[in-house]
Design a binder for this molecule. Structure first.
Ligand SMILES: Nc1ncnc2c1ncn2[C@@H]1O[C@H](COP(=O)(O)OP(=O)(O)OP(=O)(O)O)[C@@H](O)[C@H]1O
Ligand SMILES: [Mg+2]
Length: 252
């Protein structure tokens, strides 16, 4: 039914062997994500959400089971091969933004392109385009400490977009933001989905999960619920134009 899976997790388990006792962080998880989904992953602390995101993002490999992206099995690739897949197909957004501090917004956005054979001018052009897409063209020269939290997260989203990924993975992207700014970020993620990007995000908040088209719950390393829903449209605060210029937000 419908499109074939873009991401297919097939009976995956992940066991961490770092401490004295093995930790079974994921146990027999199967999950298919189709193109154009906005999937929210919920579950209590330690349930395995970030472990799942790390696998989806090719940051780590499963202990057992298979993971296919666009039909290609990536679960047995070397770390170097995984890095190539990651750089080509996946953009990441984190709760704490993870921007380099003494570096301008546009330079932060350019970072993923350093692994590609592009001339500096072309890198800059694409980074400025990505910043425009998140409504921050005018902030290109600002450093992270000269930006609000919401603006920093939008720079991070621009950085996730600059490589033209098929998938954006966001681990609690609104975790450090107030509710108004959270809606702004969710509006942006919904816009990405409308533009054809598939988004998977982790959240602890039901209000945020309401903006997704599908919600799964992870408990003790297993997916225990999986519900499709009509997403609530994220309508940003009227004085903030997400896709265009910033107006009258009071932020210098
Ligand atoms: N690198 C690691 N080495 C060893 N154990 C780990 C590692 N990463 C996670 N774990 C363990 O795996 C389990 C799942 O952790 P995970 O980070 O996926 O949870 P989470 O659902 O993201 O939690 P939170 O909501 O607190 O972020 C936990 O018991 C955790 O202690
Ligand atoms: Mg986590």
């Amino acid at each position: 039914m419908g499109d074939p899976a873009l991401l297919a997790v097939d009976n995956v388990s992940k066991t961490y062997l770092t401490g004295d006792v093995p930790v079974r962080a994921l146990i027999g998880v199967s999950l298919e994500v189709r193109p154009g989904e906005l999937l929210a992953v919920m579950g209590s602390s330690g349930s395995g959400k970030s472990t799942l995101m790390n696998l989806l993002g090719c940051l780590d490999r499963p202990s057992e089971g298979r993971y296919l992206i666009d039909g290609r099995d990536v679960s047995r690739l070397s770390r170097a091969e995984l890095a190539v897949v990651r750089n080509r197909l996946i953009g990441f957004v984190f709760q704490s933004f993870q921007l380099l501090p003494r570096t301008s917004a546009v330079e932060n956005v350019e970072l993923p392109l350093l692994y590609r054979p592009l001339l500096a001018g072309e890198r800059r052009r694409r980074a400025l385009q990505a910043l425009a897409r998140v409504g921050l063209a005018e902030r290109a020269g600002h450093h992270p400490n000269q930006l609000s939290g919401g603006q920093q997260q939008r720079v991070a989203i621009a950085r996730a977009l600059v490589g033209e990924p098929k998938v954006v993975l966001a681990d609690e992207p609104t975790g450090n933001l107030d509710s108004v700014t959270s809606v702004e970020v969710m509006a942006l993620l919904q816009q990405l989905v409308a533009d054809g990007i598939t988004v998977v995000l982790v959240t602890h908040e039901h209000d945020i999960a309401a903006f997704a088209s599908r919600v799964i719950t992870v408990k003790d390393g297993r997916v225990v619920t999986d519900v499709r829903q009509t997403p609530v449209p994220a309508v940003p605060h009227p004085t903030v134009a997400v896709a265009g210029t910033l107006h009258a937000t009071g932020v210098p």
